[in-house]
Ligand binder design. Structure first.
Ligand code: SAH
Ligand code: SF4
Ligand code: F3S
Length: 479
């Protein structure tokens, strides 16, 4: 019915899908009546914060809302249905949501049809729900990370009763997913292989808002990917908070390395990526699988967070600096041209200048192709939030800048090394930098802008790299 629709319902109990489909069709009828009366479709706007998990969930939200007859709008304030899919991993992500909600209050006063919904990780925090109930009474629908699939029912209940609807679950029930979902890109897709996280890194709120780790059975994952391949998808990103522990709780004889090998056999899929790898669970079998599976991209995102063993221990990361460096060495020995990217936190409680020297030492030794650097953000409910010696903001800024000063020239140098070579590039979209430029990705995940027609989008083409900046490359197509 729609472009890029995936209607495989592998993991969800059939009756529940049918129930939600019935709500979708009731809302569709109401929206059709609206269209007849006002000669326009009801419009919607989805705003997504946070990681690829949320981005993927938003594709499911998009699929459900489109099936209800909502049309896209490019303006949040003029939409009839606005939904924020929120993130709470750092405080600034939360502040943005509160800021936007304040602004929407005025917009809602001028549009009597506007409904506002909130979902995602922030909604799993009790203090957030309290704040919304007290201070943001213009919000109509609130749900969390475990019951996304119930959106149709919640919207319908809100229409019927006229009252705000709050539905937050503490934990997952069954693995429930895959109502109609609309992919952002026709030619690439993410696939959840697991949900939740059991690692409880001491700074991190994710295990509290996404629940216990649970893997999907491999047959469901493989069937979904086969379906996507038949639908024109060339690139798959396997998603999980810690993909390296995939399968640990399943009865079947499977782990992440075995899963990668099976995905590698699927016809039509040309590139396989995965996010995120925790260093503590990265096995020699996985390194071998990465080296042997020709479709697995030469890129690994391997967050190290901090270089000091003392801090790593307080973070509950369960590896040492030495072990991390050895792991990178092993990976590079097996896959010589691999690009290694990472996440770094600066300003964890008790972190001194000397500890940050260790972080800088890892940066110098590994020479990362890219890194996300974060200032530590205190998350209520996590062990680190009540640790002594929280570092004053001014000191953290200073250390953060030291890290960036070391990191950025290395990333720039790494990018520069691409110049003069020709790479296979998956063309993704028209570039923001100019209408005749296309943005694409190399197998190693580097971003390149190159001049081309739009009809190249979705194809893998040869591009010669002719220039580089810190965060992207400039290329020319070679035919
Ligand atoms: N599961 C992934 C990461 C998910 S969160 C992993 O373990 O690699 C993405 C990144 O956010 C983390 O790697 C970490 O660097 C950062 N992060 C998480 N909690 C944070 C906090 N409280 N303050 C600052 N950064 C944080
Ligand atoms: Fe957070 Fe650690 Fe889990 Fe990643 S592995 S989501 S950083 S607790
Ligand atoms: Fe944020 Fe939730 Fe992802 S807290 S980083 S959106 S799992």
């Amino acid at each position: 019915m729609y472009d890029n629709v995936n209607e495989k319902n592998a993991d969800i109990p059939k009756e529940e899908i049918e129930r939600q489909r019935a709500f979708i069709s009731k809302i569709k009828d109401l929206n059709d009546e609206f269209e007849k009366k006002y000669s326009r479709k009801k419009t919607m706007f989805i705003s997504t914060f946070g990681c690829q998990m949320n981005a993927h969930d938003s594709e499911k939200i998009n699929g459900m809302l489109k099936a209800m007859g909502f049309a896209d709008s490019d303006s949040e304030k003029n939409s009839d249905f606005v939904i924020y899919n929120t993130c709470c991993v750092r405080e600034n992500a939360e502040n943005k949501v509160y800021g936007n909600l304040g602004y929407l209050k005025h917009a809602k006063e001028t549009n009597p049809f506007m409904k506002i919904a909130l979902c995602g990780c922030m909604m799993q925090e009790d203090n957030v729900i309290e704040t919304i109930r007290k201070k943001y009474r213009h919000v109509d629908i609130v749900f969390g990370t475990f019951n996304l699939y119930k959106l149709p029912e919640l919207i319908y209940t809100n229409i019927e009763t006229g009252n705000p609807v709050f539905d937050i679950w503490r934990e997952h029930r069954e693995i429930v997913e895959d109502l109609p979902s609309i992919r952002k890109y026709k030619f690439k897709s993410s696939v959840n292989i697991m949900f939740g996280c059991d690692n409880f890194c001491s700074y991190c709120i994710v295990p509290y808002v996404r629940g216990r780790e649970r893997s999907r059975c491999s047959c469901d994952i493989l069937n979904e990917i086969k379906g996507l391949a038949e639908d024109g998808v060339k690139e798959i990103t396997l998603l999980g908070q810690n993909v390296n522990s995939y399968g640990k709780k399943l009865d079947e004889n499977i782990d992440f390395a075995k899963l990668l090998r099976k995905v590698n056999e699927i016809d039509g899929i040309e590139r396989i990526r995965f996010m995120t790898s925790h260093p503590k669970d990265l096995s020699p079998e996985l390194i071998l699988a990465m080296a042997e599976c020709e479709k697995v991209c030469n890129h690994i995102h391997l967050p190290f967070q901090a270089g000091s063993d003392r801090i790593l221990e307080k973070m509950n990361r369960k590896y040492t600096k030495e072990k991390y460096l050895k792991l990178v060495e092993d990976i590079r020995n097996a896959v010589p041209d691999i690009s290694v990217t990472t996440d770094i936190i600066v300003g964890f409680p008790g972190e001194t200048k000397e500890d940050v020297d260790e972080t800088i030492d890892v940066i110098e030794k590994v020479r990362f192709n890219g890194a996300f650097t974060f200032i530590y953000s205190k998350r209520t409910g996590t062990p680190a939030a009540v640790m002594e010696n929280q570092v004053p903001e001014k000191d953290v800024k200073e250390q953060f800048n030291r890290v960036l000063e070391k990191l950025n020239p290395i990333v720039f140098e790494k990018n520069k090394a691409h110049i003069g070579k020709v790479f296979k590039v998956l063309a993704e979209e028209v570039s923001g930098s100019g209408a005749d430029f296309i943005t694409g990705r190399l197998e190693d995940n580097s971003i390149v802008h190159f001049k081309s027609d739009k009809d190249v989008i979705g194809k893998i083409v040869d591009v010669e790299i002719v220039g580089s900046k810190t965060f992207y490359l400039i290329g020319e197509r070679r035919i």
